[in-house]
Design a protein around this ligand. Structure first.
Ligand code: UGA
Length: 443
């Protein structure tokens, strides 16, 4: 099938490459010339396991192409995906200007029936706005071309995006058009094997499903972080509590890890946008407000522990930091807890020596050259001249540390374990003070 895809960000590029992998003829359109030039050379501008070989393979076999030229790509497509960004506006609502600009472009160039698919995370009601924007352009051209708009939210996770896209848990199709649904059932057939994954619903419910899923996951995390703060004060260990509650299948073991707070491009933005949507209809969502507030405080949790350890005297101290990315297997630092920790440490006069397997360049780009940030190429290099070590991203590389080496290198051996990776007793046995999240011994 001929598929055109607008936007070569995370969602667009992964979706395009996976659709090409299934034998479709996919054209990705973007407005960023530099990015397109890199993609044409087979360079993927983000770190995502498995994506680069997939892009290269499908470019080589002619299934995947990249262009700035929207008109021919729109005119020849059977299905057009909109996967451009919806960054938060100043007031926290999702900025739809890119989505609607693409809709207008589609309206200007379609020649035959197409299914327009919204993959971007968009506020409830956007499918109707996209439909109106396309219709307006058709009317301006004096053209009558049939089309449908379907809401088909994406649920992939960074770091596991290719796997999630090739083997989705569910495929949500928000549309009441039998014609559009038939086209998308055919397109998604290779992703819908062994058992039925397609859920059909109306467009508004599909749009809300995306926000509800992310808000539920963010709530689980904030709930556990709140439990961790309670456990810490009551002398209990959140890790034991986690195992205890996760064994109830109604609760489950996933997404109940207390830590240094959630980051990334999705949870913070989507929880905020959902709150805005509710407020727009005169409803104040109390749970969502608490989820955000807990997360905000949690991002400074490690800082609070470090500050307490040094009795508030951080000036001239050096903190070694393992991890910069908002989670492992990505170089993404959007809303990363590491940024909140580093900024608080810098404000207090401390220096940070950090290592991350992928996000070093991104940190340099965001933070710029500064004397109080040293990015090291090797995990143990961060320890040179450092007082203590904080761990904020759970990369596999940090899971089995050489404790003796850490103890010998640090001036005041202490580990601040922002992801509860280590056994407190083993760390203390090695002669290192241990601080975790909600582990009954930090306060
Ligand atoms: C999230 C969702 O998991 C995806 O299903 C969704 O498609 C995506 O947002 C999106 O809307 O595009 P992602 O942001 O890539 O995916 O990352 P997650 O793996 O969900 O992690 C988010 C944050 O929560 C990370 O900072 C992670 O460290 C934190 N987290 C996760 C916890 O603190 N505790 C947990 O138990 C799980």
């Amino acid at each position: 099938m001929k598929v055109t895809l607008f936007g070569t960000g995370y969602v667009g590029l992964v979706t395009g490459a996976c659709l090409a992998e299934m034998g479709n003829e996919v054209t990705c359109v973007d407005v960023d010339m530099d990015k397109l030039a890199r993609l044409k050379r087979g360079e993927v501008p983000l770190y995502e396991p498995g994506l680069e070989p997939l892009v290269r393979r499908n470019q080589a076999n002619g299934n995947l192409g990249f262009t700035i030229n929207a008109a021919p790509a729109v005119a020849s497509a059977m299905v057009i995906f909109i996967a451009v960004g919806t960054p938060p506006s100043e007031d926290g609502s999702a900025d739809l200007s890119h989505v609607l600009a693409v809709a207008r472009t589609i309206g200007q160039h379609i020649r035959q029936y197409v299914v327009v698919v919204n993959k971007s995370t968009v506020p409830v009601g956007t499918a109707e706005q996209v439909r109106a924007a396309i219709s307006e352009q058709l009317a301006a051209r004096g053209a009558v071309v049939p089309f449908d708009v379907v809401s088909n939210p994406e649920f992939l996770k960074e770091g596991e995006a290719v796997e999630d896209c090739l083997r989705p848990e569910r495929i949500i199709l928000g549309s009441e058009s039998a014609r559009a649904l038939a086209v998308l059932r055919t397109l998604y057939a290779p992703f819908n094997r062994n058992h039925e994954r397609i859920l059909v619903m109306d467009a508004r419910s599909a749009e809300l499903t995306k926000y509800a899923a992310n808000a539920m996951l963010a709530s689980k995390i904030s709930f556990m972080n709140e439990m961790a703060n309670i456990a810490e004060r009551l002398g209990a260990d959140i890790e034991q509590v986690r195992r205890g509650i996760g064994s109830d299948p109604r609760i489950g073991h996933h997404f109940i890890y207390a830590g240094a707070g959630y980051g990334g491009s999705c949870f913070p933005k989507d929880v905020q946008a959902l709150r805005r949507m509710a407020r727009g209809r005169a409803y104040e969502p109390l749970v969502l407000g608490a989820v955000e507030a807990v997360n905000h405080a949690q991002k400074l949790k490690l800082y609070d522990l470090i500050r307490r350890h040094f009795a508030g005297q951080l000036k001239g101290r050096t903190v070694a930091l393992w991890g910069l990315a908002f989670k492992p297997d990505t170089d993404d630092m959007r809303e990363a807890p590491s940024l909140y920790l580093m900024r608080a440490l810098w404000d207090a006069g401390a220096t940070v020596r950090a290592h991350d397997p992928q996000a070093g360049d991104e940190a340099r780009r965001i933070c710029g050259e500064r004397a109080d940030l040293v990015i090291c190429d090797h995990p143990y290099q961060v320890l040179e001249g450092a007082d203590v070590l904080a761990v904020i991203t759970e990369w596999k590389l940090f899971r089995s540390p050489d404790l003796a080496r850490i103890r010998d290198a640090l001036r005041e051996p202490a580990i601040f374990d922002g992801r509860n990776l280590y056994d407190p007793e083993a760390v203390e046995h090695a002669g290192i003070a241990y601080y975790g999240i909600g582990r009954g011994r930090s306060l």
